[in-house]
Design a protein around this ligand. Structure first.
Ligand SMILES: [Zn+2]
Ligand SMILES: [Zn+2]
Length: 261
């Protein structure tokens, strides 16, 4: 079992050598008895068609997709997956896992314009995906990986709050925590930081503290026993500080894989 970062960049990532922060969790044949490894794409951004191709994966190599929140670096590739599977890949069905409250705006405000009218005029999300509406207190299982959903504030304005739904995955022998996009929120994350064997932490770099992502300067204040199992991702293309000297495992590199067995 492994997780591979298709990209490790931010929403604005334009570099030839990096892509948006989407990951592929792969459960091997030996665990499932299926004909091929089972793959869960965690977030599907607008450049997923490029990042997945770089990994040698096509849309019909994906068995499931999890969506953490509705920014385009996390959902902008869904139209491509939907239409590719529907028209080019023999109607391959991919499961779509997302919190219940994300599904209606995902369709109405992000996908309906491009997907409702294809070869028929009344398509819905369920035309293209096997949709699994999730609740925060129940999580889901992906071929033996027990996923707990960890909601956290991402964008906070006077008019409203956008949450992002992180994942804590229990693979049996190893447990990982993926924050997804989140403000620096140790009060929410600490229980998961403590029990995880490996942490993947949203990390903003550069002079601007957006308040939308945890900034390196904030994450650096965490206790050493947390930082020494923490990898940083979703960073911009600024010069990187010496994360190892500051006690972290480091910055995840594009296409870097982590063994979760
Ligand atoms: Zn993002
Ligand atoms: Zn975001």
């Amino acid at each position: 079992m492994k997780i591979t970062f298709a990209g490790t960049g931010s929403a604005f990532c334009m570099g030839a050598d990096n892509f948006q922060s989407n990951m592929v969790l792969e459960v091997p044949v030996a665990k499932t008895g299926k004909a091929r490894p089972q793959r869960l794409l965690i977030d599907c951004g607008s450049d997923a068609r490029h990042s997945l191709r770089r990994m040698g994966l096509a849309p019909n190599d994906l068995d499931a997709i999890y969506i953490s929140h509705l920014h385009s670096d996390h959902i902008g590739g869904l139209e491509w997956v939907a239409l590719s599977n529907y028209f080019l890949c023999g109607g391959h069905r991919t499961s779509l896992y997302a919190m219940q409250e994300l599904l209606e705006p995902l369709w109405e405000h992000s996908l309906r314009g491009g997907l409702e009218i294809s070869d028929q005029g009344n398509s819905t999300l369920a035309t293209y995906f096997d949709v699994h509406a999730l609740a925060a207190d129940s999580g889901f299982d992906f071929h033996g990986v027990a996923m707990t959903i960890v909601p956290c504030e991402h964008v906070v304005t006077p008019q409203g709050v956008m949450l992002s739904y992180g994942l804590f995955g229990d693979c049996g022998s190893k447990r990982f925590f993926l924050t997804t996009d989140a403000r620096f929120s140790p009060e929410i994350h600490m229980p998961y930081y403590r029990k995880a064997d490996i942490i993947f932490q949203d990390c903003e770099l550069g002079p601007r503290h957006s308040g939308v992502h945890a900034h390196y300067d904030q994450i650096r204040t965490l206790p050493d026993d947390i930082k020494n199992k923490m990898w940083l991702y979703h960073y911009q293309a600024y010069d990187q500080p010496d994360a190892k000297a500051d006690g972290f495992c480091g910055f995840v590199q594009p296409r870097q894989s982590f063994d979760l067995t």
